[in-house]
Design a binder for this molecule. Structure first.
Ligand code: CO8
Length: 260
C-alpha cells in the first residue's frame, strides 16, 4: 500500500512510524486509520523489525485526536464503524508480537492519547499535553480510552480526565503514570529509539512472550495469570534463543539471537 499520511524508516531492527499530517495536527481520519492498520500489519510480519516507535510529525502534535471535520456529520452507523476501525487498530498494536513505544511529541488528545495508551509504553516531550476531551464535543472516548486508561492509572484518575476533558502537561502525565519519562523535544525520538534498540537486541521470542503475558495477564486473576506465565516460560525452552541466551552467558559472550 502507498502511504500518503505515514512515513516509515527502519534501522538496526527498529522501525519508526510517523503519522505525517501536520497541517491537521496529525489527526486520525479514516484513511490515516486504514494506512496505520496496513502499516502495523506489515511491520508485524517484517522479520527485520523487532521493535517499533510511533510518533507524529512536526513539533506541535503527536495526534490531536480523531478528525473532527470527518466525524461531524457521521451517522450512528458510520460512527460505530469508525470507532470499530480505531479499536481494530488499538487491538492490533496490543496483539503485535513486537513492542511499540509511543514518542509523544506534543498534543496527544482524544484518539491520539488512546493511540498512545494502546502502545506498550510512552515517552513524552516537555511540550506534550495529553487528555481525553471527547465530552467537550458531546461524545466519549471511542478508541478504547474508557477501557484502557482506568486499567493503566486507576479508576479515579481516569474518571477525572474523562469527565472533565482537561489536559495534563508532560510532568503531570508522568506523575499520573501515563508516560514513563519526559525529555526535551529534540531528544525525544533518540531516547525512544535508544530504548527500542535495547529491546531489539534482546531475545525477540522472550520479549514477544513477555508482552503477551503482561497484557493478557492484566485481564486475568493473579492465579490464572501465574499459570499463563508458566505456559509462556515453558514454551520458550523449545526455542533456539533460550539455548543461545543461556549458552552465551555460560561462555561469557554476547548472545546471537535469531528469533527462533
Ligand atoms: N480534527 C481535525 N482537525 C484538527 C484536529 C482534529 N482533532 N485538531 C486540530 N485540527 C486542525 C485545526 O482545525 C486546524 O486546522 P486549520 O488550520 O485548517 O484551521 C489545525 O489543525 C491547527 O489546529 P489549531 O489551529 O486548533 O491549533 P491550536 O494550537 O490553536 O490548538 C489544539 C491546538 C488545542 C490541539 C486544538 O487544535 C484542538 O483542541 N484540537 C482538537 C482536540 C480534540 O478535541 N481532540 C479529540 C477529538 S475527538 C476524538 O479523538 C474521538 C476519538 C474516539 C472516536 C470514536 C469514534 C466515533
Amino acid at each position: 500500500m502507498e502511504y500518503t499520511n505515514l512515513l516509515i524508516e527502519k534501522s538496526a531492527g527498529v522501525a519508526t512510524l510517523t503519522i505525517n499530517r501536520p497541517k491537521a495536527l496529525n489527526s486520525l481520519n479514516s484513511s490515516v486509520l486504514d494506512e496505520l492498520l496496513d502499516a502495523f500489519t506489515a511491520l508485524g510480519q517484517d522479520g527485520d523489525v523487532k521493535a517499533i516507535v510511533l510518533t507524529g510529525s512536526g513539533e506541535k502534535a503527536f495526534v490531536a485526536g480523531a478528525d473532527i471535520a470527518e466525524m461531524a456529520e457521521m451517522t450512528v452507523q458510520q460512527a460505530k464503524e469508525f470507532s470499530r476501525k480505531g479499536q481494530r487498530l488499538v487491538n492490533l498494536i496490543g496483539q503485535l508480537s513486537k513492542p511499540v513505544i509511543a514518542a509523544v511529541n506534543g498534543f496527544a488528545l482524544g484518539g491520539g492519547l488512546e493511540m498512545a495508551l494502546a502502545c506498550d509504553f510512552a515517552y513524552a516531550s516537555e511540550n506534550a499535553k495529553v487528555g481525553l476531551p471527547e465530552v467537550t464535543l458531546g461524545i466519549l472516548p471511542g478508541f478504547g480510552g474508557t477501557q484502557k486508561l482506568g486499567r493503566l492509572i486507576g479508576r479515579s484518575r481516569a474518571n477525572e480526565l474523562i469527565f472533565t476533558g482537561k489536559m495534563l502537561n508532560a510532568a503531570e502525565a508522568r506523575e499520573w503514570g501515563i508516560v514513563n519519562a519526559v525529555f526535551p523535544l529534540p531528544e525525544l525520538l533518540d531516547k525512544a529509539l535508544e530504548t527500542a534498540g535495547k529491546i531489539a537486541g534482546n531475545g525477540q521470542l522472550g520479549v514477544a512472550h513477555a508482552k503477551d503475558a503482561v497484557r493478557s495477564g492484566l485481564d486475568m486473576c493473579e492465579a490464572d495469570g501465574m499459570n499463563y506465565e508458566s505456559l509462556h516460560f515453558g514454551a520458550l525452552f523449545a526455542s533456539a534463543d533460550q539455548k543461545e541466551g543461556m549458552r552465551a552467558f555460560l561462555d561469557k559472550r554476547k548472545p546471537a539471537f535469531t528469533g527462533n
